[in-house]
Design a binder for this molecule. Structure first.
Ligand SMILES: *[C@@H]1O[C@H](CO)[C@@H](O)[C@H](O)[C@H]1NC(C)=O
Length: 371
């Protein structure tokens, strides 16, 4: 082979490579367009194109290329929105010229804005799930419904990790409840006025939405009390920033309603919750509580890991009265909730972990009931 023909073959190899690269880029672009066209239209409607793209960025494995295209588009959208905001602000009042959207568009996403973004994405998905559930469809078997609930679960896992910190997959978040027994409890004079229940929340790999809901209830707790004393459950009123019930009946058969587990009351479930004081696997499991859907169960979120053995739960069960108790003096009050997370090695906080290696993440204000 001569020098010339060598160059020729090198050139044609180069050309072939270019052709391959160009077609790969074209194919990825076509794939991106298809994905954006195929994604559920409701998301676009409720949240604008930006977050729809984010759903894909977050939950698909399109890879870095897709992500960078999306980021570029978001920046463009941000700029556009910024311009609109500016115009609006100008219209409203020329004096207040400073718009909040004047941040440099190239600024990297901070943890806070990432959290806000995922939180917004999540609440839009949650609204979608609610509206699908409202149609009366069987959520557990309908393909579209399942698509949305799975996406909601995935984004909820991310939000939990962002808000409460990533924890090892073999550990779970915990919540400690501070209780106050009132004078009406039969053993008031012989026993303590205060007690605690320690709840280990379920693995978020299985039931993230129920866990998320309870973490939010605990973080924004205002007041509440056990006010229902039934043969199978002790049920509590829950006043927090979470006023809505669960968006759907999240349930996994690997986490049934065993004795000591905690679930959400009613249909749709929550925010009132209960402790199962007997095995309610059948009574609250799939097909229970209603007739039309054989798959639907009460959602549950955790298990009492301290309070069952030491008699605290039994003591709540001695509230004077059966079923729903009207007299507030007879309730067992929940004065505060504390969220506990495993202490991480890279965490330089000084707090000594408890015997299981957990430290406090946050605690709600102490509620001192009026006399
Ligand atoms: C609960 O909601 C109120 C009113 O929206 C808000 O001011 C407060 O900061 C929220 N509490 C928490 C802990 O997020």
């Amino acid at each position: 082979m001569g020098y010339d023909s060598n160059i020729k073959s090198q050139k044609s190899e180069q050309r072939q490579r270019i052709v391959i690269v160009v077609s790969l880029v074209a194919l990825s672009a076509a794939f991106l367009v298809m994905v954006s066209l195929l994604s559920p239209p409701g998301l676009v409607r409720s949240n604008g194109v930006v977050n729809n793209r984010h759903v894909d960025a977050v939950t698909s494995s399109l890879g870095k290329m897709a992500a960078s295209v999306i980021v570029a588009k978001n920046e463009k959208n941000k700029l556009l929105r910024g311009e609109e905001e500016k115009k609006k602000t100008k219209k409203k009042s020329d004096a207040s010229a400073i718009s909040t959207s004047d941040e440099p568009p190239t600024a990297a996403l901070s943890d806070t804005s990432k959290l806000e973004e995922i939180a917004t994405l999540r609440s839009n998905l949650e609204a979608q799930v609610r509206s699908i559930k409202a149609t009366g469809i069987i959520m557990e078997t309908d393909k579209t419904a399942l698509g949305y609930t799975k996406k909601l679960q995935e984004v909820t896992r991310q939000l939990i990790s962002l808000r409460y910190g990533q924890i090892p997959s073999n550990q779970n978040y915990r919540v400690e409840m501070e209780l106050e027994f009132q004078k009406t409890i039969p053993d008031y004079s012989e026993s303590t006025k205060y007690a605690t229940l320690l709840v280990e929340l379920a693995p978020i790999s299985i039931i993230p939405c129920s866990v998320y809901n309870f973490l939010e209830i605990a973080r924004t707790w205002k007041h509440g009390a056990f006010h229902r004393n039934a043969g199978h459950v002790l049920q509590a009123i829950a006043r927090s920033n979470i006023t809505q019930s669960m968006p759907f009946q999240e349930y996994d058969e690997s986490y049934p309603h065993k004795k000591g587990t905690m679930g959400y009351a009613g249909r749709p479930s929550g925010p009132e919750f209960y402790i199962s004081i007997q095995d309610n696997t059948d009574a609250h499991g799939p097909g229970s509580q209603q007739k039309y859907n054989p798959y639907e169960a009460d959602s549950l979120f955790g298990t009492v890991i301290r309070g069952m053995e030491d008699g605290t739960v039994d003591r709540i069960h001695t509230m004077p009265g059966r079923e729903f108790i009207n007299d507030k003096e007879k309730w067992v009050l929940i004065r505060r909730m504390r969220i506990l997370v495993p202490k991480s090695s890279d965490n330089d906080e000084e707090e000594e972990p408890d015997e299981d290696g957990y430290v406090e993440f946050s605690k709600s204000p102490l509620v001192i009931p009026k006399d």
